[in-house]
Design a protein around this ligand. Structure first.
Ligand SMILES: [Zn+2]
Ligand SMILES: [Zn+2]
Length: 186
């Protein structure tokens, strides 16, 4: 997932609250999702705060980095920064007696059931999940991007496109072609 290293964090004891961690990860391979390809050339900073509450661990996770992808309108290569926060709750199903039933009913909180909570926790899956959720789903080079001319393929607004107005009128529309076919048949 992140090369050979898995993302394992030390868990706080019951007395400790708000234990912080921060690490940089490198994602060597391209990430394909949302029908696009994303390249994470620079390291991504993964940081978090862990707190233990009985048989649960609350983790506030932050991912910060930049991604190279393509504008969905004009297909230009673009680089976009991201900085996203996530909230996880790890619940040890065997140790949780249910006495503190979901008191933190934060809808944004992602609940993960784990068999037990020891001194360390492998959060590779959650880091990966958060990374995918951090990727821009509909990237654009700018809000003003008008995409490509459907006739000549030039980027609209950036390059002069002479076919834009004239060709659309000069070209016979689908209906006039159909009219000709029907006329020939009669
Ligand atoms: Zn664009
Ligand atoms: Zn054009």
């Amino acid at each position: 997932m992140f090369g050979k290293d898995n993302f394992v964090v030390d868990l706080p004891s019951a007395e400790e609250q708000g234990v912080r961690f921060s690490r940089e990860i490198r994602v060597a391979e391209k990430v394909s999702c949302y029908d696009l390809e994303y390249i994470l050339g620079d390291p991504v900073t993964v940081s978090g705060v862990l707190s233990r509450r009985e048989a649960r661990i609350i983790m506030a996770l932050s991912l910060k980095g930049a991604v190279c992808t393509f504008c969905t309108r004009c297909l230009d290569p673009i680089r976009l920064a991201f900085d996203e926060d996530f909230l996880y709750l790890f619940s040890a199903s065997q140790e949780d007696d249910g006495s503190s039933e979901r008191e933190e009913s934060d809808p944004e909180c992602l609940v993960v059931e784990v068999p037990s909570l020891g001194q360390t926790l492998d959060i590779s899956e959650q880091v990966w999940e958060s990374l995918v959720l951090s990727l821009p789903q509909n990237p654009k080079c700018s809000d003003e991007c008008r995409g490509l001319c459907p006739f000549c393929g030039k980027k609209l607004g950036a390059e002069p496109c002479t076919c834009e107005a004239s060709d659309r009128e000069a070209r016979p529309g689908a209906f006039s072609v159909l009219k000709d076919i029907l006329r020939d048949e009669n």
